[in-house]
Design a protein around this ligand. Structure first.
Ligand SMILES: Nc1nc2c(c(=O)[nH]1)N(C=O)[C@@H](CNc1ccc(C(=O)N[C@@H](CCC(=O)O)C(=O)O)cc1)CN2
Ligand SMILES: Nc1ncnc2c1ncn2[C@@H]1O[C@H](COP(=O)(O)OP(=O)(O)OP(=O)(O)O)[C@@H](O)[C@H]1O
Length: 195
């Protein structure tokens, strides 16, 4: 039997995977022990950044319990007339899909403790990217599922805005073959541009 033609799968070299794991532990600790009063400052800065984009469909984020509470941002974008999408997490190895969120709609449980709206599927025109960690050159770190890496690879032409608190910054993040720097990262203190 002839093997089906699949693109070559290249995982991170072991030293890179190990270094990412170590950075992830430190950044997650910083996220979980943050001053929660900073969440609203970050939301305000993100609203300003995203509303400046000419995008109707904005893929936002619904927070996990330990993450920055960006739910006020979802409400602010909706109030401003934008269509808010939220990610649905497929099995590992696939990119995220996005569904329309409405403040009065229902959320259903998704993978890894996420909550997903029951609205229709839609394509984003701008993408908000939650960060576990980041560095000053635009490199990002997630939970290690490769979900946003794959999603960004499939949507190369739309603006992607990463966000984190400034305590989640590290000096230098290791990168693997699929890691691409973001063009913009927003924290409660600043907006970093990398193009
Ligand atoms: N709010 C939110 N939604 C999101 C993401 C995210 O980072 N944040 N995702 C980003 O890809 C996708 C979900 N992917 C995820 C993949 C893995 C884990 C995960 O491994 N979580 C650890 C908890 C880590 C910890 O608390 O120490 C776990 O379940 O053990 C979480 C989300 C889509 N939705
Ligand atoms: N476009 C892709 N195609 C195939 N494999 C990929 C792709 N993007 C990432 N990967 C692989 O997925 C694995 C996890 O990647 P990584 O540790 O960078 O995830 P992450 O950026 O922390 O998580 P996420 O993207 O979910 O926020 C790595 O082995 C990586 O090589």
């Amino acid at each position: 039997m002839v093997a089906p033609h699949l693109p070559p799968f290249i995982s991170d070299p072991p030293a890179v995977a190990q270094a990412k794991k170590q950075a992830r532990t430190g950044c997650l600790h910083a996220l979980k022990t943050r001053n929660p009063a900073l969440d609203s400052l970050l939301c305000a800065r993100l609203a300003e950044t995203l509303l400046a984009l000419p995008a109707q469909n904005i893929a936002c984020v619904w927070p996990l319990p330990h993450e920055v509470d960006v739910r006020p941002l979802c409400h602010a974008l909706h109030k401003a007339g934008r269509t808010v999408l939220l990610p649905e997490t497929p099995p590992r190895g696939h990119p995220l899909q996005f569904r329309v969120w409405h403040p009065q709609g229902s959320m259903v449980p998704g993978r890894f403790g996420t909550e997903v709206p029951d609205g229709p599927y839609a394509a984003p025109q701008a993408l908000l990217v939650p960060l576990v960690g980041f560095d000053r050159t635009g490199n990002r770190l997630g939970y290690g599922g490769g979900y946003y890496d794959r999603t960004l690879a499939g949507l190369p032409a739309i603006p992607a805005v990463g966000y984190a608190l400034s305590v989640q910054e590290v000096d230098h993040l290791p990168t693997g073959p699929y890691d691409k720097p973001l063009s913009c990262i927003v924290t409660e203190k600043e907006r970093l541009h990398f193009d």
